[in-house]
Design a protein. Structure first.
Length: 139
């Protein structure tokens, strides 16, 4: 009896460890289980975008992957009227790197009048946006 228990335990351990190939049981209908190849070369490309004039939501993204290398960018319209664009890459050798660009000129609305008077009436000028050199972080 002990030998049967040990044999059954060993069989279950080998099957659970993947050392035995156990055929799926057929019940006369298509099996919902799929065999996935986890070592297939990953490759894809996609685009995404929103242009909503009612809410002012404007953004887009493009990304592509070939193996372990991912490249892409996304854009976001900022509330001040500028456009933020982030170009990014990621791979096993360099990790994740991103460069952020901001284009356009910020626009600030004039102050609203209070009781028919304007409390602050300075002219509004759009100044170009200046940014320091990008900083790269690598883990």
């Amino acid at each position: 009896m002990i030998s049967k228990v040990l044999a059954l335990t060993a069989f279950i351990a080998f099957a659970h460890a993947g050392l035995l190939q156990v055929a799926p049981v057929s019940h006369g209908y298509a099996s919902p289980h799929r065999v996935e190849d986890y070592y297939a070369h990953p490759k894809y490309e996609f685009n995404y975008g929103v242009q909503d004039g009612h809410t002012g939501d404007h953004k887009s993204q493009h990304e592509q992957r070939d193996g372990d290398v991912v490249k892409g960018y996304y854009t976001v319209a900022e509330p001040d009227g500028t456009l933020r664009t982030v170009h990014y890459t990621a791979d096993d050798h360099n990790g994740f790197n991103a460069v952020v660009e901001k284009s356009g000129y910020p626009v600030h609305p004039a102050p609203a009048p209070v009781h028919g008077k304007v409390l602050f009436a300075a002219p509004v000028h759009a100044a170009p946006v200046h940014h320091a050199a990008p900083t790269f972080y690598h883990n």
